[in-house]
Design a protein around this ligand. Structure first.
Ligand SMILES: [Mg+2]
Length: 380
């Protein structure tokens, strides 16, 4: 029986190459840096796996400091000595020391450990992560979605052009601040994409009910594919009211942390998609639980992220591919961060708006440890 022997935590400052704002706040500014916490888990035979937390404090309630201290003081002591294959036990131990409130407590910190353990197990087995999760090991690719967050019309036009030139077919845009402006943005983007492009509106909790009704009506006419998270995550009743007044497909993101969260929305027929978000949901193990609920309900998948790094991007794509989903995936870290020092081979893995999953074992990539030392926050 192989057990978890050690877990190292690396809080990093990764340079931001452009700003990223949305209705509930910002994930950082150009010239600044983004907090990423890498985790390396090692078993008693020296096998290892990598995971990542990307706390966005204005998106959820976890920060660089809370993720780091929660990992070091609570989650890691709780899981040392656990049998490496025991993923149910991993979450039992993590949830027993950081409990639940209305939903899973501190899911982003937990996701880093969960993803690292999945990587370790697949590496031990010498198979790709998607194969360990029940999928094929054949090479495949996952199509990404280009994120458009500009509120300035000329900048939006330039950004659409940049996305198309980079090879993206699908796009998602940030809305939820000003309904009439959002409708014009939707029209502008839709006319530039092909008919088979998936175009996805994300309000990041920003609308009041009357605004959501107005936008949903126009978005349906314009040809928007889905409206994500129109209302504050804890105002669930508003989704019922919107549902009754629109034919536009709906989805949730910030509202959907635990498997039970998703089950509640599905059982009330309030959503048309599952948005897989590995870090938001506490890792791969609970995400697979959500996928099973969606499959049982006949609901299709989407993938998104938290402007995370390449490691989480690949882990998310591996998880989706294991269940036969190949995009669109709004995993947009490359638009906003420069992580080339961590992943020098990145252009061979992600290019022309797609992520290639080859026969590499585990997640399929690991960060360069010299790069980690360059970006490490030694004072944390
Ligand atoms: Mg979202």
């Amino acid at each position: 029986m192989n057990c978890i022997r050690d877990i190292h935590v690396f809080p990093l400052r990764i340079p931001m190459i452009r700003g990223f704002s949305f209705a509930s706040g910002s994930a950082g500014e150009a010239g600044g840096w983004a907090p990423h916490v890498l985790v390396k888990i090692i078993d008693d035979e020296g096998c290892y796996g990598w995971g990542e937390a990307r706390p966005v404090a204005q998106w959820s309630y976890e920060t660089l400091e809370t993720v780091t201290s929660t990992l070091r003081r609570y989650l890691i002591p709780a899981v040392l000595g656990l049998e490496v294959h025991d993923r149910r036990g991993l979450h039992e131990r993590m949830n027993s020391c950081i409990g639940r409130g209305p939903s899973t407590g501190q899911p982003i910190a937990k996701a880093a450990v969960d993803v690292a353990l999945h990587d370790l197990i697949a590496r031990r087995l010498q198979i790709p992560l998607r194969t360990f999760l029940g999928g094929s090991s054949e090479k495949c690719s996952v199509d990404l979605s280009y994120t458009l967050a500009s509120t300035d019309h000329d900048e939006l036009e330039r950004d659409i052009e940049a996305g198309l030139e980079s090879g993206f077919v699908h796009a998602n845009f940030k809305c939820g601040v000003h309904a009439e402006k959002d409708i014009r943005t939707a029209e502008t983007i839709r006319t530039r994409l092909t008919d088979d492009s998936f175009l996805w509106a994300d309000a990041n909790q920003g609308y009041k009910l009357h605004q959501a009704r107005r936008c949903a009506s126009e978005f349906a006419s314009i040809g928007i594919s889905v409206l994500e998270q129109p209302f504050p995550a804890d105002q669930r009743g508003l989704m019922r009211a919107l549902r009754a007044s629109t034919r536009l497909p709906l989805a949730i993101d910030e509202s959907c942390v635990s498997v039970a969260d998703y089950f509640e929305y599905v059982s009330q027929s309030l959503v048309d998609y599952l948005v897989i978000k590995v870090t938001r949901s506490g890792g791969i193990w609970p995400s697979v639980g959500q996928i099973r609920v969606a499959e049982a309900a006949g609901i299709p998948l989407l993938v998104s992220g938290l402007a995370d790094g390449l490691l989480t991007k690949l882990a998310s794509c591996q998880t989706a591919a294991a269940f036969g989903f190949y995009g669109p995936a709004a995993l947009n870290g490359s638009q906003f961060i420069d992580e080339s020092i961590l992943y020098p081979d990145k252009p061979n893995i992600e290019n022309r708006g797609s992520v290639l999953l080859d026969e590499s074992v585990g997640i399929g990539v690991e960060p360069d440890e010299a790069g980690i030392r360059e970006l490490l926050m030694a004072d944390l």
